[in-house]
Every structure is written in C-alpha cells, then in structure tokens.
Design a protein around this ligand. Sequence first.
Ligand code: HEM
Length: 473
Amino acid sequence: MTTVLANPVGSVTNSLTVDKYGPILLQDVNLLEELARFDRERIPERVVHAKGSGAFGEFVVTSKNITKYCKADLFNEVGKVTPVAVRFSTVIKERGSTDTERDLRGFATKFYTREGNYDLVGLDVPVFFVRDPFMFPKFIHSQKKNPQTGLFDYNSRWDFISLRPETLHVITIIYGDRGIPNGFRHMNGFGTNTFKLVNSKGKCVYNKFHWRTNQVTDPDYAAHDLYDAIERKKYPSWTLYIQVMSFDEADKWEFNPFDDTKIWPETDFPLIEVGRLTLKRNQKNFFAEIEQLAFSPANLVPGIEFSPDKILNGRIVAYSDAQRHRIGANFDLIPVNQPMVQPVHPTIRDGPMNTSMNEGSMPNYYPNSFELNIRDHPKKYNESRQYVKTTDIDRFVSDDEDNYTQVNQLYLSYSADERKRLHKNIANDLYFCYDFIANRVIAELRLVHEDYANGVYNELKSIRNSKVESKAP
Ligand code: HEM
C-alpha cells in the first residue's frame, strides 16, 4: 500500500495509537486521508435514469441509404467502424432500485466518431410524456417520491396523468406488456425526438432514429443479463434505422411532426437501414466508466442537427448542466467522456481538475498577435441555413393538441389479452388513488376508447371487491 502521492504505508490495517488501546494520534495522516476520501466517495446520482448498466462496443455501417440524407462522417461508408459506449437505465427510481420496474428504459449511445463525440440519448419507446420541456421537472416530480412522506405516491402519478392527457400515449405503452421489458438486450430503442439530417449538398430532412434488437428471446434479467451475455461472448446487437420526413411533408402532416407524444407511422415513413451496433466489452470499473459516463443530446456531429422539437430544445441545456453539478465542471475530461479524436481546441480554459484542456502556454484571448492557435475550421462546419418565417413569439399552450387519435390506434392494435393486462395494470395503481383521481383517469381513457375505460373500471371494481383490508388513503 502507498498513499496517493506514492509514500509507502507501513500498515494496511492498524491506526497509530498511544499504547495498545489508544487514543489515536492526529498525526496518523494515512487514517485521516482514508476517512476523508471515504466521506467523499459518492457523487450525486443522476436526477433521472439513476439506475443503469453499460457496455462498450462498435457501430458498423451496413447500408449506404442514409448518405443521401446525411453527410455525417460516421455513416458515410459501408463497413466503417465507430467505437461506442452505451448505457441502459430505468427512469424514475433511485440508483439502488430494482431494474425490473414498470417504467421506460433509457437507451443512450455515445459514438466516438472521427468528427468528435455524437450522443444519441434515447428510450425504449417512440413517444414521450409531455410536449413542452417546461413540463418535464413538474412531470418527474409527480412520479418521484412525495415531498412529505418520502414514499412513491400513486395519487400524484395519476393526478398528473389525468390532468395532462398528452401522457396517455406513453402510459398506454408502459402499462402494457412493454412496461417491464425482458432485460436490456431484447428492447428496441428510439431517438424519440425529431432531428434534422443534412446532406453534403446542404439539403435537409427531418428524421427519427430507431434501434431494432437483433436478439431472440432469453429468460434472464436486465443488468446481469447484459453483463453475463457479454462475458459469454454472446454480444448483443441492434440495427439502426432512420425515418425521414421532407420539410414539405412536415408542413402538410396531420400532426405536429415535432410533438414527442406522437409516432411517425412506419407505413407512411418507412424504416431505412443504417448500420449495426454490437456491444463487446463490459466496464472494468463501474464508477469510472458507467457512473461518470455523461451523455447529452447536444452532442451532435456535422450532418445531424436540431429540429424545432421543443423537448429536444429543452434537453440541449439540461444534460451538461446536470453533469456539471453531478460530476464537476470538467466532466468531459474523464476518459470515458473524451473524444477519441485528439487534440481538441476549445476556447474554454481551466476550472477545477483541468489537467489537459487549457492549451498550455498559448494565449488565452482571441484574437491575438502571437499564436494563431484557434481559427474557423477550414471545412466551414456551420449549421445548415434555414428559413424561418416571421411569426409570433408567445408561450403557446400545448396540452390541447390531439391527445387521443394515436392512443386509440395503439389500443386497437393490442390483442384482447394484452388489453386485459393493460386494464389490470392501471387498475392496480388506481386502487391506491383517491376516487376523484381514479374517476378522472377513467374519464380520460373513455376519450381514447369506451372499452379502455370500461376495462379499467371493471378491473378496479373487482380489485376493490376482492380486498378485505381498508383502502390506503
Ligand atoms: C425536456 C425533457 C427532458 C429533460 C429536461 C431531461 C433531463 C435529463 C437529465 C438532467 C438527465 C440526467 C443527466 C446526467 O446526470 O447525466 C437525463 C438523463 C437521461 N435522459 Fe432525459 N430529459 C428529458 C427528456 C428525455 C427524452 C425525451 C429522452 C429520450 C428520448 C431522455 C432520455 C434520457 C436518458 C437515456 C438519460 C440517461 C443517460 C445516461 O444513461 O447517462 N430524456 N435527462
């Protein structure tokens, strides 16, 4: 054993005491150092998606189809290999919770491309709870622990859902069979947000990203399942697809193409194959490589840009802000977060723990007469230019857009058995809710489909009849 400064330590197990029974001397700097370090071992857990597992592998382009739409270097050649880090997660509960919760799953991929890091920070479902990022913290609060009791609260969960029916689409997925997926390896993934692709001629389309699992079924569960499969060299893989929508189609589509509570139907916007992701390596150390792994939808590469998707716009700010709080100002210097292309030349400097990103002896102001160390990139990587019509700036209401049509289509696509399980899963929660909340949920479901409302109502009635103990408040 040595100290962190390499001083040899004489005893690994015994503190320095006066006589055999103590007291301990203040000069036992090894003991003080060990306790002080221990006190600081934890970093705050992610405010959402706290429980997760990750793995490392590669992405290989299998089809040239995307190059027509997107100039990104990582997609431009069949056979091109890009290293990746992936983290899967549950959303709502804490770092110590079970990973078999009924919940969405995170599916976040970091591509270490030749043009820098690109993060596709997605989910196992194609739709999201809300349309406006202003609603995200409010929604998450309704799903997390009650501020008074410190317990999960069915009333707040369903109160929010019934007051904001744009949540019904994703709720109809989570409370169905896909709410507890068979581990991470068997899930599909979705970028969920709408992005914009730019080709080498500067032409743009809007797009969605889709991961399709290449695994057949297997009975194990999430974290163990993923780790063990990689150890057994049963490398899990996914195929990446895109859907595209031209700007003209976007103008004419019956729904808002940037509304994350809607899907783009695959019959109208077919899947186009891009490439294959394979996970081949487990982390060597969970803290260093998974807990400190930092994703952000703001990390894009030339060829992939932001669309007007409001949720995406909100996310652009939230992630690195969270990471500066969770990990520290220079979280991007942690090896797992660094790009594989080096060196980097940002105009930012210093900050805590900055050992390598302060440009050495170069001047720290620009322009300067000494070293022309920073200039525009010769390739002129500006974002695509887009015409924006002059229009109103306002805080537009978003909860009154069509909240039911696509949920109705999803409900009708379920078999009778799937519907029965959906009704039962929702009724199991509503049993713990105040009547006025349960009734409002059922009234909202009636706007989706009569059978949906009646199914949940009947299940709720039969649970209530079968319980002898008194109902929780
Ligand atoms: C306005 C809406 C949203 C906000 C403000 C938001 C915010 C956040 C924040 C603060 C984190 C924790 C980041 C960290 O500490 O490293 C996070 C994690 C995550 N979010 Fe979101 N989020 C939003 C919507 C979404 C959507 C729509 C998706 C998927 C399409 C998504 C997928 C994820 C995933 C996968 C993670 C975990 C990343 C990891 O494994 O480290 N989020 N989100």
